[in-house]
Design a protein around this ligand. Structure first.
Ligand code: PEP
Length: 249
């Protein structure tokens, strides 16, 4: 039985004061930790504050990206070791906004994911098609290529330490959500593709859905057999909404 994972991607939102208020709100809320794990991914500047507040709590801390390099002359980059020192245990990799605005490729995501796992960080590896790709009937071809590329040379052991997020690009921040059936179809496709690497690992791996998940649509999405959680943007910025999503399980 796979446990649910509800992850909040704060993107470029959250001053220190806002971070404190949002985490205070989350820490006062309750949810069933046997059913689901919560992780929040604030911006880099808020990670230290967040890490201190979440220390010894049930909420895990994640980063929104990470350098593939361990250290050295890489201006503005943040390494896995730096993230570990502030209490980070998850890292989002290959988010469509990183792919779109920073030209991140599947190969780079693959290399970062290996570095993350090596450092004991759990990568949340994002894949997703654009509206044009969906409308031209290419969703499976695009997702299949992204899965093959981001999981290149992954063994069962690496798969067991990874999380996948399916985020249709056209549903991110737009208020448009894939129907539960559309999402389920792609999640099943991803699981089958991963089964081509290792059947057991495919059954175990958590595949999150992301794209305008809100309190009122979370239950129908999360009740699909191959949807094991959510990667939430906008609705993760309000403690009440984020708690409602995890409590819709
Ligand atoms: C995201 O940023 O990963 C995301 C899914 O955003 P939103 O929930 O706002 O669509």
């Amino acid at each position: 039985m796979r446990k649910y994972l509800i992850a909040g991607n704060w993107k470029m939102n959250g001053t220190i004061e806002e971070t404190k208020a949002l985490i205070d709100g989350l820490l006062t809320g309750s949810y069933d930790t046997d059913k689901a794990e919560m992780v929040i991914c604030p911006p880099y500047t808020a990670l230290t504050t967040a890490g201190k507040m979440l220390n010894n709590s049930k909420i895990a801390l994640g980063s929104q990206d990470m350098s593939v390099h361990k250290n050295g002359a890489y201006t503005a980059e943040i390494s896995s070791e730096m993230l570990l020192t502030v209490g980070v245990s998850f890292v989002i990799l290959g988010h469509s906004e990183r792919r779109q605005y920073h030209a991140e490729s599947d190969q780079q995501v693959n290399a970062k994911a290996k570095v993350a796992i090596d450092a004991d960080l759990t990568p949340i590896i994002c894949v997703g098609e654009t509206l044009e790709e969906r409308e031209s009937g290419n969703t499976e071809a695009v997702i299949g290529k992204q899965i093959d590329g981001t999981l290149f040379e992954f063994s069962a052991e690496l798969l067991n330490k990874s999380v996948i997020a399916y985020e249709p690009v056209w549903a991110i921040g737009t208020g448009k959500t894939a129907t539960p059936e559309m999402a389920q179809d792609v999640h099943q496709f991803i699981r089958n593709r991963i089964a081509g690497i290792d059947k057991e690992a495919a059954e175990k791996i958590q595949i999150l859905y992301g794209g305008s998940v809100k309190p009122d649509n979370a239950k129908s999405l999360l009740s699909q057999p191959d949807i094991d959680g959510a990667l939430v943007g906008g609705a993760a910025l309000k403690a009440d909404d984020f708690l409602k999503i995890i409590n819709s399980l």
